[in-house]
Design a protein around this ligand. Structure first.
Ligand code: SAH
Length: 346
């Protein structure tokens, strides 16, 4: 049942302080409750031991503490863990823990389903149901941090917004979540270890630059030819490559930080010399690096991973252009936890 009471975690620290003042208590009480809710991660008012019984009852009467629950957990043979996360209204999103030798990365979702319609992505078939709230994003990170400590005996080191959804279409909540993740009253993680991945929403990329964010930005490019990009990512009709380019130049001018382009190479779709030349040209607009992602098939066979030969052609051309390039192998494929495979199949 969905409660009519307000989720207390939707209140900022300032709002909590005002609330306590309004009931004749000390504003400082707001700071205490904020700490219980975020850095200490409590799910009940009862446990807030430095708050009087009477005040706790008052909180109980007015608010709920919404929180996620890990509904099911799947482990891949390569150590990747996929969480199906249940939200307070019963909807499910997925998040993934990806361990490597040196780091553990959390791949988190920003929306239930997705606003966009990329033809090669399983999440796109779910359509967008709603945006995630800041606490729902934050909680995914907390859950993965716990799992990282439990299964890999080390805390989480990095976060990527590459799960379900388009983070820049849930701008405010994603930024609020990152604020909490990086704040000392939250998880105290460094923004340098956070990467937001976007399909490329020019207006919002400019807004990120204006807001002087400190995290990294990755853009899922997949083609630097407008007509082709529209075929594989239909929303690109509204977000033209020339606008994307302009917004990225603006980003670099303001932040002085490199962009990562994510790029999947598909057979017969973007594996020709023309495609490679277009990408190399695009890479010369601002300092960047290219991450070639292995394709994770999503059933219908329209898209096939290109040959190693085609990928090598990309690498050779980019290296000749002095553009750093890496090839990222998939993780967690056996449990459908790899990029673009998150579709609540369980
Ligand atoms: N909406 C954001 C973040 C989610 S997708 C974005 O588009 O960047 C995370 C990454 O996975 C993107 O680079 C996306 O293009 C890629 N991806 C989607 N489906 C994929 C698939 N089937 N195989 C490999 N990568 C995929």
């Amino acid at each position: 049942m969905i409660s009519e009471k307000k989720d207390i975690r939707a209140l900022s620290k300032e709002e909590l302080r005002t609330f306590f003042e309004s009931i004749g208590d000390k504003p400082f009480r707001g700071n205490q409750v904020y700490e219980w809710l975020w850095s200490k991660g409590l799910h009940t008012f009862e446990e807030m031991t430095n708050i009087s019984k009477q005040t706790r009852a008052h909180l109980e009467a007015n608010f709920v503490i919404n929180h996620i629950e890990v509904d099911s957990l799947q482990k891949s043979s390569d150590g990747t863990v996929k969480n199906a996360v249940k939200l307070h209204d019963g909807l499910i999103v997925e998040s993934v823990l990806i361990p490597t030798k040196k780091r553990t990365t959390a791949c988190v979702s920003s929306q239930v389903g997705c606003s966009l319609d990329c033809k090669f992505c399983a999440t796109a078939r779910l359509k967008r149901m709603r945006n995630l709230n800041p606490d729902e994003i934050y909680d995914q990170v907390v859950a993965i941090d716990k799992e990282s400590r439990l299964y890999h005996s080390r805390p989480l080191s990095n976060i990527v917004f590459m799960g379900m959804g388009e983070p820049l279409m849930n701008y405010k909540n994603v930024l609020e979540a990152i604020d909490k993740i990086t704040s000392d009253e939250g998880l105290g993680m460094s923004s340098k270890r956070i990467t937001v991945s976007t399909s490329g929403v020019p207006k919002m990329i400019k807004k990120l630059a204006d807001d002087a964010v400190k995290f990294n930005l990755a853009v899922s490019l997949h083609s630097a030819i407008q007509e082709k990009r529209e075929q594989i990512m239909p929303f690109a009709k509204s977000f033209h490559l020339t606008d994307l380019q302009e917004s990225l130049e603006y980003w670099y001018e303001k932040t002085n930080r490199k962009i990562t382009y994510e790029y999947v190479v598909w057979e017969g779709i973007n594996d020709s010399k023309e495609d490679i030349d277009a990408l190399v040209r695009f890479c010369n607009y601002i300092p960047c690096k290219v991450n070639i992602i292995e394709y994770n098939p999503i059933d219908d066979g329209q898209f096939q991973q290109a040959s190693n030969y085609a990928i090598q052609n990309y690498i050779t051309a980019l290296e000749k252009n002095r553009t750093p390039v890496t090839v990222r192998r998939s993780r967690g494929k056996d449990i459908d936890a790899a990029c673009g495979q998150l579709a609540n199949k369980h």
